[in-house]
Design a protein around this ligand. Structure first.
Ligand SMILES: Cc1cc2nc3c(=O)[nH]c(=O)nc-3n(C[C@H](O)[C@H](O)[C@H](O)COP(=O)(O)O)c2cc1C
Length: 160
């Protein structure tokens, strides 16, 4: 499982997913080791997680997906993002968040509820959260049913 996280929400989802997935799972933070990733050929399944800021997925996640696109196409894939918005807007962001070839091949693709952790934001981020995202309170929540469903699908499809 490979992820990048600005304020820790995507990391939290990745850690929760780790516990729900069958098999031996390694967790790799692109924020910490983008230049020393394990050999992807050792894995049959790759889950990638990023977060949406200003409408886009994390640059580190996009770089990882694009740099490794050929090998990723041969893997069992799960793709997710965390985002403040839900519904149609979230789906639109999600479908721009990863290369189309990967989205089409992935076994599971979903977005999870983001958090707006004001104490961790800088001044500009706070302004954006208030004025653009129209959020004025801390929104700490990790959506358990959605990650359970995401993990179950990856686990179930493993049997086939
Ligand atoms: C400055 C800023 C911009 C954001 N822009 C968006 C956005 O365009 N769309 C969205 O759905 N969520 C947006 N969010 C919400 C984040 O996706 C959400 O906080 C997410 O949980 C962050 O995860 P992370 O801490 O793992 O990076 C934004 C948050 C901040 C602080």
């Amino acid at each position: 499982m490979v992820y990048a996280s600005r304020h820790g929400t995507t990391k939290e989802y990745a850690r929760k997913l780790l516990k729900l997935l069958d098999g031996n799972v390694d967790l790799c933070s692109l924020d910490e080791r983008a230049n020393s990733m394990p050999d992807l050929s050792d894995y049959n399944t790759i889950v990638i997680g990023g977060s949406i800021h200003y409408g886009k997925n994390s640059k580190l996640v996009l770089k990882f997906a694009n740099d490794n696109i050929e090998i990723l196409k041969t893997k069992r894939l799960g793709l997710f993002v965390t985002s403040h918005f839900d519904g149609e807007k979230a789906m639109e962001q999600l479908h721009n968040a990863y290369p189309r070839e990967l989205l089409e091949r992935a076994l599971v693709v979903n977005y999870f509820d983001g958090e707006l952790l004001f104490p961790k934001m800088n001044f500009i981020e706070k302004m954006v959260a208030k004025l653009v995202l129209k959020a004025d309170e801390i929104k700490p929540l990790i959506s358990k049913p959605k990650i359970t469903d995401f993990a179950n699908k990856l686990n179930e499809l493993y049997e086939v």
